[in-house]
Design a binder for this molecule. Structure first.
Ligand code: FMN
Length: 183
């Protein structure tokens, strides 16, 4: 197969998550693709535009949540990425719940929720990259298999080139699928 060189922009794939923050006493949610794990220590990062409403709350409280929407929440997920809490109250989009360990709202309707405490902030052009230590994790009971989150039950979305896709099916096992290629 021939390789075609295309434009130098990040097409993805990106995980699709919803970042929650308490802003001026009101829960706010923003859709984020710039999310990931930083190390095997329980640290996640989200990168938020400095001007976002959510960013104000993360900076003020030092806590944010990362909510993993299942694919059936695609409309609400996209909506939280279209409108800003600066002009539209997004607190009713999800049912918020809290953990005593930190002031950030978590979205009950999302299958999985991380509560994170900001441990480092890295400015990056017009964005701020928040590194957050995971202080609590919640998962819907029906999304667990043997007490661990089950990807096919959670069915998260990835996005690439403006398209949301769900997982569809399992294609391999981590640290096992590649073993047969090992010499
Ligand atoms: C699929 C998708 C992914 C997005 N990813 C990011 C992101 O990684 N970082 C970011 O700052 N904004 C991202 N946005 C844009 C924000 O979600 C959007 O501007 C939102 O309205 C901000 O809301 P707020 O002002 O209430 O915080 C994304 C939007 C969509 C639809």
């Amino acid at each position: 197969m021939e390789k075609i060189k295309i434009q130098n922009i990040p097409f993805g794939p990106f995980p699709t998550v919803i970042v929650g923050a308490e802003v001026k006493g009101t829960p706010n949610y923003a859709t984020v693709g710039a999310y990931g794990v930083v190390s095997m220590k329980p640290i996640l990062y989200v990168s938020l535009k400095s001007t976002h409403h959510t960013t104000v709350g993360v900076k003020k409280n030092g806590y944010f949540s990362v909510n993993i929407p299942s694919s059936d929440l695609v409309k609400k997920t996209d909506y939280c990425g279209i409108v800003s809490g600066k002009t539209v109250n997004k607190s009713e989009v999800f049912t918020s719940f809290y953990d005593e360990l930190g002031n950030a709202p978590m979205a009950k309707e999302c299958s999985m929720n991380y509560l994170c405490k900001v441990v480092k902030t890295i400015p990056m052009f017009d964005f701020e990259m928040f590194l957050g230590e995971i202080v609590a994790v919640y998962v819907n009971e029906d999304c667990l298999t043997e007490q661990k989150p089950d990807p096919l039950k959670i069915n998260p979305m990835i996005m690439m080139n403006s398209r949301y896709c769900d997982l569809g099916r399992e294609v391999g096992t981590v640290f096992k699928s590649g073993l047969e290629l090992k010499k």
